[in-house]
Design a protein around this ligand. Structure first.
Ligand code: SAM
Length: 268
């Protein structure tokens, strides 16, 4: 079953609706993010990048990178010898962030690839870190998005997923629901001209797995050392994980038995 917010949709329709949503919001996306989160999204992004622990020279992929906030922060962390590939399937979103990238001191480290997160057009095991900020919720098959991030990470590579969630305190949840379903779409109508676009946002947040469920999904996909941290009473959550590094004995045993340590290899 596939959903666009609370609406049940056909598998093929979902991707079109998501593209149309981002076509609508792209030009005002950054402004709306800052207004709706009272500027908090900048703090969450900075903290998430800090926790990811990038090193100078790292190669990073920013999946669903949109207007490039995370890519710019990552480029700063990896320095002039590092690289950040921003991957997104929506041209207006990438274009909306282009001036920020050009104006940043790390612009030369950032490259753009227009591609679907469910089919990343990049080689296996080519990145030290893979990150996705507020994007995975929009995918038709979230698991395929994470599998792709797992595929492109080098063994021992790091994953970071920053996504919206729900407050843990009941009084705050009540206020947040009120805010989400009245003020958010109202501001969407006034500033972007679309009530629907800012109804999709709170609905899709409520359809997204809770942090503990997301941890289980990531572990199932093959990430190890998965941890999460809530920001602002749970409005946003960062998950961190690592692509399993096979231990030497495992590699020896697998090579003796003629099996590959890469589960995808056996499917080919
Ligand atoms: C909410 S924006 C987040 C942008 C940015 N990462 C940030 O943190 O501000 C979500 C982005 O995901 C992109 N997106 C959604 N589904 C996608 C898919 N299947 N493949 C690639 N990009 C996708 C959208 O185009 C949009 O730019």
């Amino acid at each position: 079953m596939f959903y666009f917010g609370y609406r049940r949709v056909a598998e093929t329709e979902k991707v079109k609706l998501v593209q149309r949503h981002f076509n609508t919001v792209a030009r005002k996306y950054d402004l709306m993010n800052t207004i709706l989160s009272f500027g908090l999204h900048h703090l969450w992004k900075r903290s998430a990048i800090r926790r990811l622990g990038l090193n100078p020279g790292d190669r990073v992929i920013d999946v669903c990178g949109g207007t490039a906030d995370l890519a710019i922060l990552a480029a700063r962390a990896v320095g002039s010898s590092g690289r950040v590939v921003l991957c997104d399937f929506n041209r207006p979103m990438m274009d909306a962030g282009r001036s920020k990238v050009i104006g940043s001191p790390s612009s030369r480290q950032i490259m753009y690839v227009q591609a679907d997160a469910e089919q990343l057009a990049v080689a296996d095991e080519s990145f030290d870190a893979a990150m996705v900020g507020f994007g995975i919720r929009n995918l038709t098959h979230m698991d395929r998005g994470f599998q792709e991030m797992h595929r492109v990470l080098k063994p021992g590579g790091k994953l970071m997923c920053l996504e919206f969630s729900l407050p843990t305190a009941s009084w705050f949840r009540w206020l947040y629901d009120l805010y989400s379903f009245s003020i958010m779409p109202f501001l969407g109508k006034i500033l972007v001209g679309s009530w629907e676009a800012y109804i999709y946002l709170p609905e899709s947040i409520r359809m997204f797995p809770q942090p503990e469920e997301l941890t289980a999904i990531l572990q199932e996909i093959g990430f190890s050392r998965v941890t999460h941290r809530r920001f602002t009473n749970g409005i946003a959550v960062v998950h961190l994980g690592m692509k399993h590094t096979p231990r030497k004995e495992e590699e020896i045993n697998l090579s003796r038995s003629g099996k590959s340590s890469n589960p995808r290899a056996s499917q080919r």
